[in-house]
Design a protein around this ligand. Structure first.
Ligand SMILES: [Zn+2]
Length: 311
């Protein structure tokens, strides 16, 4: 028999369409993640775990990372970090973990899952999240740009990445114990660089002879094709911006000679061109105002000196 206190029931009922009684819900505890160095040679910083405390509340659990809505059977209603007494990480740092309380309705659909949780078959949980920074344990730089490689030792120091600045949490998922090998944390990096492409980049920058696997070469070739396509689109957009600027400036900046303008815009990057075009558009709109009657300033109108707002 699982005990639910009234405070917990109140928290749970924040998420339910109609109020649940204590016999209607199954409540359980899970450890979502911790600050141990994982199999990817990464660890959450203590601050990241603290931030997760709030971020995971309300997040639904799914089975085997399949986000179909009928897989979403449990929801976290409270979360806290704790330092279990006398426990240390593999490198001697005090062990810290993020524990959650979750509930699911006691329905026929959930009965198998509840049974497997009760019996301890499903008790491993993995999470999906995005972080802003991966900091190298050796040099303190972003691991994607420094020369160190995760999992290697430098002197007697292991290189791993500390995951900081959590940006998002997507899910948490039950993992059956026989598949424990897969249990762990699914992390994504905000820069969208994959582990493989980071390794390729490091090899390319290493200034030493390197071996590339067939997969790495394919990834590199695909990446070049994508970048070429993006570059072509960017060039097309740039050309279009320059043409628009030349056309707009004829009326907005009639005093400026065409070749000086051309010289100036050739030195601008795409963001500057975009800003310049917008400001020319505003200037042109002021010279030839086409605005609703609503914005007319009647005081100035009287003097035939029309002024317009909200352009
Ligand atoms: Zn480093």
């Amino acid at each position: 028999m699982i005990f639910i206190n009234q405070d917990e029931l109140k928290l749970i009922n924040n998420y339910t369409r109609s109020p649940f009684g204590e016999d209607d819900v199954y409540v359980f505890s899970v450890v979502l993640c911790d600050n141990e160095i994982d199999r990817d040679f990464e660890r959450f910083s203590d601050d990241t775990l603290d931030a997760f405390e709030k971020m995971f509340v309300g997040v639904t659990g799914i089975t085997d990372h399949n986000p179909k809505s009928d897989n979403q059977s449990a929801r976290i209603f409270s979360c806290r970090t704790e330092y279990p007494e006398h426990q240390k990480c593999s490198d001697g740092k005090p062990y810290k973990r993020l524990c959650a309380r979750a509930y699911m309705p006691k329905s026929a659909k959930n009965s198998d899952l509840i049974l497997s949780l009760e019996s301890g078959i499903k008790k491993e949980v993995s999470i999906g999240c995005a972080v802003g920074k991966r900091i190298c344990s050796i040099c303190g730089d972003d691991i994607s740009v420094c020369s160190h490689i995760k999992g290697k030792s430098y002197g007697n120091q292991l290189c791993f990445a500390e995951l900081r600045d959590p940006a998002d949490v997507y899910e948490w998922s039950f993992v059956a114990v026989p598949a424990q090998r897969k249990a762990g944390v699914i992390k994504s990096y905000q820069s969208m660089k994959t582990e493989e492409s980071m390794n390729i980049e490091k090899k390319l920058r290493s200034q030493t002879e390197q071996h590339f696997t067939a997969d790495e070469m394919k990834l590199l070739a695909d990446k070049i094709a994508v970048l070429e396509e993006k570059a072509a689109q960017g060039e097309f957009y740039c050309k279009k911006l320059k043409e628009d600027i030349m056309a707009l400036s004829a009326s907005a900046l009639p005093e400026l000679s065409e070749h000086i303008l051309q010289y100036v815009i050739d030195k601008m990057n795409i963001t500057q061109l975009d800003e310049f075009k917008k400001s020319l558009e505003k200037k042109a709109a002021k010279s030839f105002p086409v605005v609703p009657q609503l914005f007319r300033n009647s005081e100035n109108d009287k003097n035939n000196n029309i002024d317009y707002k909200n352009i």
